[in-house]
Write a protein that binds this ligand. Structure first.
Ligand SMILES: CC(C)(COP(=O)(O)OP(=O)(O)OC[C@H]1O[C@@H](n2cnc3c(N)ncnc32)[C@H](O)[C@@H]1OP(=O)(O)O)[C@@H](O)C(=O)NCCC(=O)NCCS
Length: 192
């Protein structure tokens, strides 16, 4: 994925949808991000809740990747209230996955903002950015097989479920969340 590192768009590029702004992270995001990362409802399909320090470290990793690449898991902000509601965006997974190298689309929203179409709205814009500005041939998404809400977002984006599941290499062997399914969308399918 050196091509993506080398030909990165302008740093701190912001994206916009009807209701949302997708932007670089800012210090005021850390507190609400830590709150959602400590919420068992939000973290149901992750192996552990995050402490404040772990949450801050994750936000900093995401921020520095966006600064370096010009894209990433952008902070999602409601235009109306300027509230930080979570993240949506594109990421190059560091784990070696059966379909690596790849660019994934992912999302994590604070619980009060579920059920309002925000994840799908933001993800559509992230796909547009990935296909038209990064010229990606394909974008994938993956999640624990039990994470049906996340898979519903993938299906609403017309991503295609792949028949084979895989064991996520970063989750301990035998853990209930280790089995993942994955979806893919090519640029040609996206254009349809
Ligand atoms: C995965 C996640 C982002 C999905 O959130 P979500 O709210 O279900 O998805 P959307 O934001 O696209 O909203 C879709 C829902 O909003 C409803 N909706 C309400 N108003 C809407 C509007 N104006 N436009 C579109 N949909 C709307 C849809 O009907 C749909 O409802 P349903 O859940 O009853 O089917 C959220 O559950 C989450 O953050 N989970 C925890 C983190 C996580 O697991 N991330 C994925 C790891 S791979």
């Amino acid at each position: 994925m050196n091509r993506l590192e080398a030909r990165s768009p302008k740093p701190n590029r912001e994206l916009e949808t009807a209701r949302l702004k997708l932007r670089q992270w800012q210090p005021s995001d850390l507190e609400p991000f830590a709150r959602m990362n400590a919420d068992p409802r939000v973290m149901e399909f992750f192996p552990a809740l995050l402490s404040r320090a772990e949450s801050d470290a994750m936000a900093e990793r995401i921020r520095s990747l966006i600064a370096r690449r010009g894209f990433g898991f952008w902070a999602a902000e409601l235009k109306e209230s300027r509230a930080f509601i979570g993240f949506v965006g594109l990421h190059i997974p560091s784990a070696a996955l059966p379909f690596s190298p790849c660019v994934e689309i992912g999302w994590r929203l604070d619980f009060p903002y579920w059920g309002q179409g925000y994840a799908t709205e933001a993800a559509r814009e992230a796909l547009r950015f990935g296909f038209t500005e990064l010229n990606l041939p394909e974008i994938v998404a993956f999640t624990a097989v039990g994470n049906l809400r996340s898979q519903s977002v993938m299906r609403r984006l017309n991503m295609r479920l792949q028949p084979e599941t895989f064991q996520h290499p970063d989750i301990p062997a035998g853990h209930a969340l280790q089995e993942h399914c994955w979806y893919r969308l090519s640029i040609d399918e996206w254009r349809l």
